[in-house]
Design a protein around this ligand. Structure first.
Ligand code: SF4
Length: 261
């Protein structure tokens, strides 16, 4: 509303005093306008943090490793199939919320065949505490059908094949490849995205940019567990609101200008 009023005033006055203003414009520079232009330019300029050196990255992951040599994911599962289903259900939901629903579901349906036998309506009942449960129940049935029809009832081992399953995207494929098949993939969820950006380790506007950035800087020897170290770091230390910088293992290396240490 304020904008509209301002522009209305400006246009009224420009009509009334047009000749005067034109002369003034020609005779004098426009300091205010110039300053505004500079300020806008500065605001638009993205301040990039100083990139981490290879030694700093090694040091950070060495500290993570010493503190937690065998980090584990928190999504409960019994086999690659239930892991796949759990990850599909975890989109826009917490691991704790998914676990609460899947404990009972996986106790009676831990294979695609058993899931199909259970049927979409019953799957929906089991997972109705999870957001978007209708859509997710449909996907769980559809992906189970596809696994049986095209992959002999097994979870496939390539990214393209996993991504071809209903409800599964790049993050799902990365989690399954890493946790079920021991591949050095980097799944970027909301925590990893935040940590990658805040710390300056791998700034990026999209999860894919952060994923590729992290893969580029993290030494291979850490890649198997890097995804879990970063998730756990984001979930318990580098919190979205009120990061616990005082107890953070990498607070001396972190580039975030707003860190509290
Ligand atoms: S210092 Fe603070 S902002 Fe930086 S990684 Fe640690 S918790 Fe996050």
């Amino acid at each position: 509303m304020a904008k509209i009023i301002r522009s209305q005033r400006a246009s009224t006055s420009s009509v009334r005093s047009a000749p005067k203003k034109k002369a003034a414009k020609a005779a004098t520079p426009q300091p205010k306008r110039a300053a505004k232009k500079v300020a806008t330019k500065a605001a638009k300029k993205v301040v990039k943090p100083k990139p981490w050196t290879a030694e700093e990255v090694y040091e950070a992951f060495d500290r993570f490793r010493k503190a937690n040599p065998e980090p584990k994911g928190e999504l409960e599962h019994l086999n690659p199939y239930t892991l796949l289903v759990a990850v599909v259900l975890s989109a826009q939901a917490t691991d704790a919320g998914v676990n609460k629903a899947t404990r009972a579901l996986f106790a009676i349906a831990d294979t695609p065949e058993k899931m199909l036998e259970l049927g979409e309506d019953k799957v929906r009942d089991y997972i109705k505490t999870i957001g978007l449960y209708r859509n997710k129940a449909r996907n769980v049935i559809a992906l189970s059908e596809k696994l049986i029809a095209e992959f002999g009832g097994e979870v496939p081992r390539t990214r393209a094949e996993i991504e071809s399953l209903p409800g599964a995207g790049r993050k799902t494929a990365n989690v399954v490849l890493n946790m079920a098949f021991g591949e050095r993939t980097m799944a970027v969820d909301t925590h990893v995205f935040r940590v990658g950006n805040r710390t300056g380790l791998a700034p990026g506007k999209t999860p894919l940019e952060v994923e590729l950035g992290l893969e580029k800087v993290i030494p291979t020897e850490f890649m198997l567990h890097a995804h879990h170290w970063l998730i756990l770091h984001g979930r318990y230390t580098c919190l979205a609101r009120g990061p616990r910088c005082d107890v953070c293992l990498i607070n001396d290396l972190c580039r975030w200008p707003e860190k509290t240490v």
